[in-house]
Design a protein around this ligand. Structure first.
Ligand code: GLA
Length: 766
């Protein structure tokens, strides 16, 4: 594996342990084409895959029909306006307004390692962009330089691989080497043209994740169409509505098998991600920053850096795809010291009190929590300014002494005496119209002249593209963190961008605002982690609207959704886990009936679902039934005993309630396959069927295992009918059982009494 250039045949081989991508320099002019991407191949002359070594349609042999060539060849960096009428990766206009371009090969370099990528704010501050890094693995990078001769532009295409990952990282930097300004209207991070043979000659399915507030990341699957199918965000965040993710898969692909090409973007702002089939049944898929609300006047000598795209190929279905993403993000993107360590089990007061709390109430919660083994109290929204609801005070990050006499110092001091850690909520990027900050600096809000900015949750967005605003925002957060012992910050963002306008940008650079805004967020969080390296940061955006790979560069965990209903969470979490490791998924046990859905759900089921994420509580522990409070220590003990399997293991889907309605089940298996956690959640009873067979996954077929039911003290108590206990046991072989029996014959589980129930099994090698 590695990266190799076959000089004689002008082919690049970009190889990961299990995959190969072969790029070809076609024709004498040097068009960069994609000859092959998929399961590993030899370093053979694959030019025939582009239609023959001496393709008569190539421009040098058939100048009469250049357009035919551009419109049907699998191009790696397709530009618009010269004959390829499919979706271009770049759109650029010259000073006269002409928008055609054509990029051809100049040179390349292959080197060990992988460089950081960065971009500049308008004040010249360089901001490191989130991107995968080698970590402990060996890395190789291919840098291909393409040029647009007429416009004097150069595109630097980067491809990196790690020796322990089947992902390919791609990004582009465009430099204006001419002496006139050009206008960049679009530059995507990646284009991938695939032949239909990649999908066994059948039109592939497109899989995306979509939703809304409290309904994030639900899997959508549909047949590809002629013409493009796109998901996107123009909201200034990756969004509740769509994920920067798309998978193209064979029709028969499922969780366990099938060829899948997937892509995501390490970016937290506007994006577009699409795919479509052309007249010749080539599939073109692409991902990058959305061209909506984007233009960039690229001045002489100036560069524009795209975010990094992640490309994944697997033949092992969605589980295989997830494993590649999970391992890449854990090994090469999340920098936090908490990545693999136990996170303090927290209790958050949002659903417990909303805005109605004071120091005494928080200490009461903390006291009861401490008795149950909970380790940290997180004070959510409402501790500052005069904020008793969501209509005021964002921007006024001064403690409300009426609620918290003695301030944060006193509260955190009391918690420390109790042996509890302390965490706090901020929404640093926002300002309320009713705030001292807004009254003093109305021009600090993003807005267009002559237009009252649209209010969302009665708040505006601060223009953090301006350095004085960013510095102020940073100081507000840092000052609080310096004032007390604070272990954790929940960084929220509760509205989208609109009315794009900044007093810091002139007409020629206004189209940069959305891009610079995202860089501004990165700059703020980077500074925070530099000054407070031990801080545990959890990103959040009205639930999960900024759950993306970009944020994982800063925070090892992200609040998954404001919907804490364990039943709803099964689908939200299954969608999230398609791309993101379980260790990143903010999941809490909340009160029943659930505050969003009204659903009534047993406490142990709520626990089982939260235990497959970061785990914590979000309820008034002083007010829940005694029986629930009494079962918290057992849930806490489960987290301590099997949490590492969830954080570090491989995740396997066994059943999705979104497909089969009756139940949901999944597993985490340690890399050495010696330990596993199986979680089964029954969502519907099913009278008279009696049993369900669950086939396990991911174990070593030849290892012998023992199974232990955890989280249910009395195994028989739920296996009843007519309200009476029955002596039904979990039907599995007594004693040790082989991995192959568990995976092929399976485990026979009884149908539980009532609608919702759970069973968790700790599985160990014996
Ligand atoms: C967002 C978050 C919630 C909570 C509220 C506070 O909605 O997702 O968890 O912090 O803000 O206003």
């Amino acid at each position: 594996m590695g990266i190799f250039f076959d000089d004689a045949n002008r082919l690049f081989f970009i190889e990961t342990p299990g995959t190969s991508m072969c790029l070809a320099l076609a024709d004498e002019e040097g068009f960069l084409c994609n000859a092959y991407y998929g399961a590993a191949v030899g370093r053979d002359d694959l030019r025939y895959l582009l239609g023959g070594k001496n393709n008569p349609a190539v421009p040098s042999r058939n100048d009469r029909d250049r357009g035919c060539y551009f419109d049907k060849t699998r191009l790696e960096f397709p530009s618009g306006g010269t004959g390829d009428y499919r979706n271009p990766v770049i759109c650029v206009r010259d000073a006269g307004g002409h928008d055609s371009s054509l990029f051809t090969y100049v040179s390349h370099r292959i080197y060990e390692g992988k460089e950081e990528i960065s971009a500049e704010m308008t004040d010249g501050r360089k901001v490191r962009m989130p991107a995968a890094f080698p970590g402990k693995a060996g890395a190789q990078t291919l840098r291909i330089v393409l040029e647009e001769k007429v416009l004097g532009l150069r595109a630097y295409l980067s491809y990196s691989v790690f020796d322990d990952s089947d992902a390919i990282l791609k990004s582009v930097r465009l430099t204006n080497e001419s002496d006139t300004t050009v206008i960049l209207d679009k530059l995507l991070s990646s284009n991938l043209d695939l032949d239909l043979s990649c999908f066994e000659n059948h039109e592939p399915d497109i899989v995306t994740l979509s939703g809304s507030w409290a309904r994030e990341r639900r899997m959508d699957r549909r047949r590809i169409s002629r013409g493009n199918s796109e998901v996107y965000s123009t909201r200034g965040e990756s969004s509740h509505q769509f994920q920067p993710f798309m998978a193209l898969c064979e029709n028969g692909a499922d969780d366990s098998k099938g060829r899948i090409y997937a892509q995501t973007l390490i970016w937290s702002g506007n994006f577009v991600c699409g795919a479509g089939m052309d007249q010749f049944e080539t599939v073109r898929s692409y991902i990058g920053i959305s061209p909506e609300h984007f233009t960039w006047d690229l001045k002489p000598g100036e560069s524009f850096q795209s975010p990094e795209a992640v490309l994944v190929f697997t033949e092992k279905g969605f589980d295989g795809m997830s494993h590649i993403f999970h391992d890449l993000f854990r090994g090469h993107l999340i920098r936090s010291p908490y990545l693999y360590s136990e996170r303090p089990i927290l209790i958050n007061n949002w659903e417990a009190t909303y805005f109605d709390f004071n120091t005494d109430k928080l200490l009461d919660i903390a006291r009861d929590a401490k008795k149950c083994g909970i380790e940290m109290l997180v004070m959510d929204d409402g501790w500052f300014g005069k904020r008793d609801d969501d209509n005021s005070s964002l921007g006024d990050w001064v403690v409300n002494e009426k609620k918290l006499p003695g301030g944060i110092e006193r509260l955190s001091g009391e918690l420390e005496k109790m042996g509890m850690k302390f965490g706090i909520w901020f929404e640093p990027e926002m300002v309320s119209p009713d705030s001292d900050l807004y009254r003093a600096h109305p021009d600090w809000a993003i807005s267009s002249p002559g237009r009252v900015p649209t209010r969302i949750r009665n708040q505006y967005v601060l223009d953090i593209t301006r350095s004085e605003v960013r510095d102020h925002v940073y100081e507000c957060v840092a000052k609080i963190l310096r004032s007390a012992k604070i272990s954790y910050v929940k960084w929220d963002m509760n509205r989208q961008l609109s009315d794009l306008g900044s007093t810091g940008l002139d007409a020629s650079s206004m189209g940069r605002l959305s891009y610079l805004y995202t860089l501004g967020v990165y700059d703020l969080q980077e500074r925070l982690l530099e000054e407070f390296p031990d801080l545990l940061l959890e990103n959040c955006s009205g639930g999960g609207a900024r759950y993306d790979a970009g944020m994982l560069f800063y925070s090892p965990q992200i609040w998954c959704s404001d919907d804490t209903d364990a039943y709803e969470r099964l689908t939200i979490q299954a969608g999230t886990e398609m791309i993101y490791p379980l260790s990143t998924m903010g999941a809490h046990v909340s009160a029943s009936p659930n505050h969003i859905s009204g659903r009534v759900m047993p406490f142990d089921v709520r626990g089982a679902v939260a235990l497959s994420g970061t785990f914590g509580y979000e309820l008034d522990i002083t007010a829940i039934p005694d029986a629930e409070r009494e079962s918290i220590p057992e849930q806490v003990a489960i987290y301590h005993s099997v949490g590492d399997i969830v954080r570090e293991g491989d995740y396997y889907r066994i059943a999705r309630v979104s497909d089969i309605e009756l139940y949901d089940a999944w597993m985490s298996v340690t890399k050495d396959k010696k330990r596993a956690l199986l979680t089964y959640v029954q969502c519907k009873g099913s009278p008279r069927t009696g049993k369900r067979v669950i086939r396990l996954k991911g174990l070593d077929p030849d290892m012998m295992y023992s199974l232990k039911l955890i989280g249910s003290d009395d195994e028989n108590s739920r296996f009843c009918s007519h309200g009476k206990k029955h002596d039904w046991k979990i039907l599995a072989p007594e004693g040790a059982v082989s991995g192959k029996s568990l995976m092929n014959a399976g485990l026979m589980l009884p149908v539980l009494w009532g609608e919702y129930g759970q069973m968790m099994f700790e599985i160990r090698q014996v």
